[in-house]
Design a protein around this ligand. Structure first.
Ligand code: SF4
Ligand code: SF4
Length: 442
C-alpha cells in the first residue's frame, strides 16, 4: 500500500545529531530512587509496602483496583525509606515511595515466556500479564498498554502499528532501541499482536533513520507473521497516532475517536522492546531508555535508567553541565513539559530531558492574522481563534470549534510570529471543557 502524507505539519531542526550515534549506556544502580505513585495516565496507585520493608528489584510495590492504571515495581533492591511528597515532572509534586539501595541486587521476576508459547496462549492471558508488568506507552503519554490491547465489545483490531517515527526534535532513544534491540521489539510486538487480536504488524519509521529501518527489516525477516516496515517522510508530527494511521493505512480516526475505532492499536517501539524483555527475563518495567541532551550538557547521551533516578544524577553521570540551563524540558521541545528543578525523578513517560540555554524564546505581541497557525495545524483547527475563546473563557465556543481534537503538538505556538502561547491556551480550554462535562454543567 502507498504511504500517504497529511496536510499541515512542519519541518523543525531536529538536533538529533547530538545523540543519534550514541549507543545506549547503562546507568549504574543508584543509591536511592524516588518512585511517584502516579506514572501513567489513569488512577493514582496505593502503596503495597511501608517504611522499613525490604524489597527486591522487580517486586510490585504499588497498585490500585482500577482498569486504567498500571502497577509500579521497585527499580532497585533495598529498603523502603518512606513515602513523601516530592517533585514530579508532570504534577509539580506527588507522593513518592523512596527506596534505599542495600547493595544485594536481588530480583523478583515472573516466569519467562518461550517464543513458541506465544501463539498458544489466550489474548486474555497476555492482557493480564502486560498489566502485571506495569507496561505503559513509553513514547511519553504513558497510557496503560493492557487497556490499549483490550478492544471493547463489538470492536475488532486487524492491525498493530509500531510507532518508530520519533518525530520530536532532539530525542533519539527509540532510534537507538530499534538499532540495538530490534529482536526485543519484534518479540514484544508478537505478544502485543496476540493480545489485541491483530493479524498484521506495520512498523512506521521516519526516513531520517535509515539504520533503524535496516535493523528492523533484518529482525522481522526471520519471524513468522505478516510484517511490513514502512519508511515515512520526516515531518512533525508524523508520530502522532492519528497521523501515523492516516499515513500508513489511509484510515482517518473520527473526531473524538480512538485508533481502535478504525481497527488499529498503536504502540511505541520501546514499549514493545520492554514487553520483549519481560518475556525473555520475567523482569517487569523497572527501567527505560531516554535521551539526555541539549547545548548545556558536556556529554549528551542515550541512557538506560532505573525508574526513580533524579535528573541531577543523570547530568552528573554524563559529565555535568557546560553552562547553566535556562530551560529544562522533560520530553522534546514541541510537546515536552518545562521543569523547575533538577530533582525530578525519571518516570515511565520520560522519553528524554532537554537542557538548553536558549529554546524558542519569544516575546508576546498581538495576533497579526497571518494565518500560519491555521495552515500548519495538522488537525485542521483554527488555533488563533481557539486561543482567544480560551482567553475569554468562552469554553462552549472552544468546544464547538473542536478544541478537544487538538493533539497538543505545539506547532501553532512554535510558528506564531507574535509569540502567542497558543497551545497553552488551547490545553487550558480542553481541560476546562473536560472538567465541566464531568461535572455535567457549563
Ligand atoms: S497544538 Fe493543537 S491547535 Fe496547535 S497546531 Fe497542534 S493540533 Fe493544532
Ligand atoms: S500564527 Fe500567530 S499571529 Fe499568525 S494568525 Fe496565528 S495566532 Fe495570529
Amino acid at each position: 500500500m502507498k504511504t500517504l502524507s497529511f496536510r499541515g505539519g512542519i519541518h523543525p531542526p531536529t538536533f538529533k545529531e547530538k545523540t543519534q550515534e550514541q549507543p545506549i549506556r547503562s546507568f549504574p544502580q543508584p543509591e536511592k530512587v524516588y518512585l511517584p505513585l502516579l506514572q501513567h495516565t489513569g488512577a493514582p496507585l496505593e502503596p503495597l509496602v511501608k517504611k522499613g520493608d525490604k524489597v527486591k528489584r522487580g517486586q510490585k510495590v504499588a497498585d490500585v483496583h482500577a482498569f486504567v492504571a498500571a502497577p509500579l515495581h521497585a527499580s532497585i533492591a533495598g529498603t523502603v525509606a518512606g513515602q513523601q511528597d516530592y517533585p514530579h515532572p508532570v504534577r509539580g509534586t506527588f507522593s513518592c515511595l523512596v527506596i534505599e539501595n542495600d547493595g544485594t541486587n536481588e530480583e523478583e521476576k515472573a516466569e519467562p515466556i518461550q517464543e513458541n508459547e506465544i501463539e498458544s496462549k489466550e489474548p486474555g492471558f497476555f492482557r493480564d500479564w502486560i498489566r502485571e508488568g506495569g507496561m505503559v506507552g513509553l513514547g511519553g503519554a504513558a497510557f496503560p498498554t493492557h487497556v490499549k490491547v483490550t478492544p471493547p465489545e463489538g470492536k475488532t483490531i486487524d492491525t498493530l502499528i509500531l510507532n518508530g517515527a520519533e518525530c520530536e526534535p532532539y530525542l533519539t532513544s527509540d532510534h537507538r532501541v530499534m538499532v540495538e534491540r530490534s529482536k526485543l521489539v519484534v518479540l514484544g510486538a508478537r505478544i502485543l499482536c496476540r493480545a489485541c487480536g491483530a493479524k498484521k504488524i506495520l512498523i512506521g519509521i521516519e526516513n531520517n533513520k535509515p539504520e533503524s529501518i535496516a535493523a528492523m527489516r533484518e529482525a522481522v525477516s526471520v519471524v513468522p507473521g505478516e510484517w511490513e516496515i514502512r519508511s515515512l517522510p520526516a515531518k512533525y508530527p508524523q508520530g502522532s497516532e492519528k497521523h501515523l494511521i492516516l499515513s500508513l493505512l489511509g484510515r482517518a480516526v473520527p473526531p473524538g475517536g480512538l485508533p481502535l475505532d478504525v481497527g488499529v492499536v498503536v504502540s511505541n517501539v520501546q514499549t514493545a522492546a520492554y514487553i520483549g524483555r519481560m518475556a525473555q527475563t520475567g523482569l517487569p518495567l523497572v527501567d527505560r531508555v531516554l535521551t539526555l541532551t541539549g547545548d548545556c550538557l558536556v556529554s549528551p547521551a542515550n541512557l538506560e535508567v532505573p525508574l526513580g533516578v533524579r535528573l541531577m544524577e543523570l547530568v552528573e553521570f554524563c559529565g555535568g553541565l557546560s553552562s547553566e540551563p535556562r530551560k529544562i524540558i522533560m520530553g522534546g521541545p514541541m510537546t515536552g513539559i518545562a521543569q523547575v528543578t533538577m530533582e525530578i525523578p525519571v518516570i515511565k513517560g520520560t522519553s528524554g530531558f532537554v537542557l538548553t540555554c536558549d529554546l524558542y524564546e519569544k516575546h508576546e505581541y498581538p495576533c497579526i492574522r497571518c494565518g500560519r497557525c491555521v495552515t500548519t495545524c495538522p488537525m485542521h483547527l483554527v488555533p488563533s481563534d481557539l486561543a482567544k475563546f480560551s482567553e475569554f473563557r468562552d469554553f462552549d465556543q472552544a468546544r464547538d470549534w473542536y478544541a478537544l481534537d487538538c493533539i497538543e503538538c505545539g506547532i501553532c505556538a512554535y510558528g506564531c510570529p507574535s509569540g502567542i502561547p497558543l497551545t497553552q491556551h488551547i490545553k487550558y480550554a480542553k481541560a476546562e471543557i473536560i472538567r465541566r462535562s464531568r461535572k455535567g454543567g457549563k
